[in-house]
Design a protein around this ligand. Structure first.
Ligand SMILES: [Zn+2]
Length: 281
């Protein structure tokens, strides 16, 4: 097993570019499970779960709240749960430690903003489905994405009985309509200038490492994932000097035959694997 770890460390050291692809499994290894009705969910959203009948964070994200004060009670608590006064997890610390001096780019569907929190450069991040700390106009009347940290933490602190006071609720500075978090929960999700720039940044990164040693590091992406896994597997095929490295548990660890000769997979807890890699580095 140590040999496999050493090989991964060597590949990372030699790489001219590293693309990290991350999804829900990475968050789970940090202890954040948006699909679970667990203790964290009950502690943070238990009363809302009883009131509206949803049973996980992800169900809450898609719930049609009857009013703005109720909607913001949920989304400001979500911000609070993910980020407010939270220490960076050891998982994210180790991941950053492993690649911080390298030329890297991150593509993720996680909405918890934990890459930014851990120190990853914003211009090296493509958050495909947005993140819970940014705001946009719900009418998509204009393109601007607004940092929502201050307003979200205020709404979280001052809510009562599952409702945010009206005077704290943000409204669009252009059309005066409602706002929402910049997360892909409905058709209003903005893929405007800011999203396009991130997407373009990712494409440019791929173009610039053409012909060089490239590592595709996939963390906690499901075996059938089309959004992140399929593109990373394609890049592995297209790039002669690509190495595909994937960490996942049991049957979710999937390496197709077409790329098996260029791949390294480790079956296990991402948290333990990253810790081991940092210790050996
Ligand atoms: Zn507007």
């Amino acid at each position: 097993m140590n040999e496999k770890y050493q090989k991964i460390i060597n590949k990372i050291q030699d790489a001219k570019g590293i693309i990290i692809g991350a999804s829900n499994g990475l968050s789970i290894s940090e202890g954040v499970h948006i699909f679970a009705n667990n203790k964290d969910f009950q502690t943070n959203f238990g009363d809302l779960s009883v009131k509206y009948g949803f049973h996980s964070i992800i169900e809450g994200c898609f719930y049609p709240f009857p009013s703005e004060p109720e909607k913001w009670a949920f989304f400001s608590r979500l911000y609070n749960y993910f980020l407010y006064n939270k220490q960076v997890s050891s998982v994210m610390k180790n991941l950053y430690e492993l690649i911080k001096v390298k030329n890297y780019f991150v593509i993720t569907s996680n909405i918890d903003d934990h890459f930014r929190q851990a120190g990853f450069a914003k211009e090296r991040l493509f958050e495909i489905e947005g993140n819970c700390s940014n705001l946009q106009c719900s009418n998509s009347c204009h393109d601007q994405i607004y940092p929502g940290d201050e307003i979200l933490s205020k709404m979280n602190q001052h809510q009562e009985d599952g409702k945010v006071p009206l005077d704290l609720i943000p409204c669009c500075p252009v059309c005066s309509g409602p706002m929402q978090v910049h997360v892909e929960v409905d058709r209003n999700f903005l893929r405007g200038q800011s999203w396009q720039e991130s997407y373009q940044g990712y494409q440019n990164f791929i173009d610039n490492v053409q012909g060089d040693e490239l590592v595709l590091l996939e963390l906690g992406v499901g075996a059938r994932n089309k959004l992140i896994k399929a593109p990373l597997m394609n890049l592995t095929i297209l790039h002669e000097k690509a190495t595909y490295i994937t960490f996942n548990k049991g049957t979710e660890l999937f390496i197709p035959d077409t790329i098996s000769s260029k791949s390294i997979g480790i079956d296990g807890d991402i948290s333990d694997i990253l810790q081991q890699l940092v210790l050996m580095k």
